[in-house]
Write a protein that binds this ligand. Structure first.
Ligand code: GCO
Ligand code: MG
Length: 402
């Protein structure tokens, strides 16, 4: 069996997505997500110019060898653009292998370890009351786990708070919009949100919170401590993790579980975090961490240290990534939770998929492969439209982490 063609498809059904479609001489094809929010065309070009020419003529069954060829074989390793491109190839190849076997992908990954994949949704509001009402809506929809974010009093805009509740989309402008940030104001307000949520909803639902890289380790330690009475499922991205050792300090001070890793792209980004048990959940995902092959390696490593999966699942990860992630999530022993931000109808129409939501869980479905397809004719009706993630400044104008 041979790969005869590989196409890079860029489409914007409400937001930009990059997809790789690998075609074989037996007519079977597979697809992989290659979307890197705000840097889409860099990945499209990396695939088109550098990986696709090397794919033609290869045996699509040799997934591990092809992965190693693009990772180890290239002198320039790692980085989000490279690893997203490799992920797309890898995901498409797993899709092909499972389709040929006539099996849903999870069967090739060891079969089901659980009946469904618990997901968390996003409740957000301009203030605590509005967020609390949003939480009530998610509970009505059957969610067992909910991420809660609220506007910070005194700040014009806050990460995670959007007008359109179900489809939060941070890449909101064709040049980066600017947010303002005050750590002091945030630290004073964030614990009250969870105090109020526990008062209203009790301790049944799981609550999560995303700090979005805004704090230093000692500030994160203080917040983790303040959250303790409200027993969060996790506190996410408390501090930027280029400096993995920074988490030692947070860990020393709080029992609030820690999650990190949506921007990581290899196992080396979380090696210390996992081996020293500095985190509880690793958020690496199929599309940004080298595909199913590499993500499974990360999760296996994590399983040795009681670290569980908590895959990123925002709207900028296409339904293909979600489908692949669900097959992995239902199979691995150390699954934790899966993020699930719903895609718009336009996006779902371009990417018909077998997965479905029921009672707070997603189910990958039984379609051979990862169960997600692309309607190319429809995709062609939505041309690329440049969109950036915002940037963030402190109130005195200093550049800060968004
Ligand atoms: C999350 C994330 C997203 C990211 C977005 C960037 O936890 O879902 O932090 O909201 O900001 O995916 O592209
Ligand atoms: Mg996040």
């Amino acid at each position: 069996m041979k790969i005869t063609d590989a196409k890079v498809i860029v489409t914007c059904p409400g937001r930009n997505f990059v997809t790789l479609k690998i075609i074989t001489d037996e007519g079977v094809y597979g697809i992989g997500d290659a979307t890197l929010n705000g840097r889409e065309l860099a990945v499209a070009s990396y695939l088109q110019e550098h990986l696709v020419p090397c794919l033609i003529g290869r045996d699509p069954h040799q997934i591990e060898d092809i992965w190693q060829y693009f990772y180890r074989g290239a002198y320039w390793r790692r980085g989000p653009v490279t690893m997203t491109a490799i992920a797309a190839v890898d995901t498409a190849l797993w899709d092909i292998k499972a389709k040929i076997a006539g099996l849903p992908l999870y069967q090739l990954l060891g079969g089901k370890s659980r009946s469904g994949v618990m997901v968390y949704g996003h409740a957000n509001g301009r203030d605590i009351e509005e967020t609390s009402d949003e939480v009530a809506k998610y509970l009505e929809m059957g969610y067992k786990a909910i991420r809660a974010q609220a506007g910070v009093p005194g700040l014009a805009s806050t990460y995670g708070v959007s007008k359109d509740k179900l489809f939060y989309e941070p890449a909101d402008a064709n040049l980066p919009s600017e947010n303002a940030w005050s750590t002091a104001k945030y630290l004073d307000s964030a614990p009250h949100l969870f105090e109020k949520l526990r008062e209203r909803f009790g301790f049944g639902p799981h609550f999560l919170h995303d700090v979005h890289h805004r704090l230093t380790p000692i500030e994160a330690a203080r917040l983790g401590k303040a959250f303790e009475p409200y027993r969060l499922f996790w506190m996410e991205d408390a501090t930027p993790a280029e400096n993995q050792e920074g988490f030692r300090l947070i860990r020393k001070h709080t029992t609030t579980p820690l999650a990190v890793g949506e921007v990581f792209n290899t196992i080396y980004d979380c090696q210390t975090l996992i081996a020293e048990q500095l985190i509880d959940y690793i958020r690496t995902t199929v599309v940004h961490a080298g595909g199913i092959t590499h993500l499974r390696r990360i999760f296996d490593f994590a399983s040795l240290y009681h670290v569980r999966s908590g895959c990123h699942g925002a709207t900028d990860l296409s339904p293909i990534c979600m489908g692949a992630s669900l097959h992995l999530g239902i199979a691995i022993p150390n699954f934790g939770v899966q993020e699930y931000m719903r895609h718009t109808k336009e996006t779902d129409d371009v990417f018909p998929h077998a997965y479905s939501f029921r009672d707070g869980c997603l189910y990958p479905g039984e379609t051979p492969g990862h169960g997600v397809d692309i309607d190319e004719a429809l995709a062609a009706k939505f041309p690329y439209s440049r969109a950036y993630l915002p940037v963030n400044r402190l109130e005195d104008g200093s550049m800060w982490n968004w």
